[in-house]
Design a protein around this ligand. Structure first.
Ligand code: COA
Length: 260
């Protein structure tokens, strides 16, 4: 699949998707959103891919937001469609069924933070800046930011970030639980690779069960969420990987998960 605004590379079971508009700090225009959707669709349906790493090209930005130049001319109806287009992408990523790791290598602002929040884990360079600055443009988040930020960091910090519009640094983001891990910028690649390899070696159906129960079950009332967990727990007993994982523990050896 050929893309104009993305680079896609595989290394074993790890797929890396790089937003590639560095001259515009990887801003999300309509075409890039469409390409990302196709790239994630392909990653989701490729059984050989177990983990996706998402990052931005260039030294400055993960993604500096939705493309303001493109967005400024939208009618309200077009803005509704643009918001939906972005939200559908974020939901596609969140519902991929395999872990998606955002490697936040610089600015993650507006749509960039929304994109990072749709990923399951976020590893950030200590130089990264994250925020929802839409209010400074007379706007509000439109790709799910108001909802995912609220769920990740709670109402107080979500309101602080969205009302004040000021970016925060990676350390503060980690304190809020907005990023999973902060590493020195020159170690971002190696630390991300380590995490991705750990996930690629894990039992894919177990990872999927975790994603489903936390993301989908977590949106339901507690009793329904617990029931959802029980069904997913029972389903894990149908996998060869569950037999491999428990068997390897008892035999004191390292498990080899096949995804079956
Ligand atoms: N949409 C469109 N273009 C963007 C962009 C965005 N969200 N963010 C940056 N760019 C473009 C700039 O217009 C500039 O393009 P040009 O060289 O053709 O003029 C280029 O990317 C480099 O950005 P620049 O502003 O010169 O870099 P900087 O280092 O001075 O500042 C930021 C970096 C991130 C602070 C600044 O670009 C910024 O505030 N961006 C917008 C962030 C935002 O509000 N995002 C939410 C959008 S809803």
């Amino acid at each position: 699949m050929a893309f104009s605004n993305l680079l896609v590379e595989d290394s074993g079971a790890i797929r890396r998707i790089t937003l590639n508009r560095p001259d515009k700090l990887n801003a999300l225009n309509h075409a890039t959103l469409t390409e990302l959707h196709a790239a994630f669709e392909a990653a989701g349906t490729d059984a050989d891919i177990r983990v996706v790493v998402l990052t931005g090209a260039g030294p400055k930005a993960f993604v500096a937001g939705a493309d303001i130049a493109e967005m400024s001319g939208l009618s309200p109806v077009q803005a509704r469609d643009f918001s939906r287009h972005g939200q559908r992408l974020m939901s596609r990523i969140e519902q991929l069924g395999k872990p998606v790791l955002a490697m936040v290598n610089g600015f993650a602002l507006g749509g960039g933070l929304e994109l990072a929040m749709a990923c399951h884990l976020r590893i950030a360079a200590d130089t990264a800046k994250l925020g929802q600055p839409e209010v400074n443009l007379g706007l509000i988040p439109g790709f799910g930011g108001s909802q995912r930020l609220l769920r990740l960091v709670g109402r107080g910090a979500a309101l602080e970030l969205c009302l004040l519009g000021a970016p925060i640094d990676a350390t503060r983001a980690a304190q809020l639980g907005l990023v999973t891990r902060v590493v020195p910028a020159d170690q971002l690649e190696t630390e991300t690779q380590k995490l991705a390899e750990q996930l690629a070696a894990a039992a894919p159906q177990a990872l999927r069960g975790v994603l489903d129960t936390v993301l989908t079950g977590g949106e339901a009332p507690l009793e329904a969420g617990l029931d959802y967990e029980t069904q997913a727990f029972a389903l894990a007993f149908s996998t060869e990987d569950m037999k491999e994982g428990t068997g390897a523990f008892l035999a004191r050896r390292k498990p080899q998960f096949t995804g079956r």
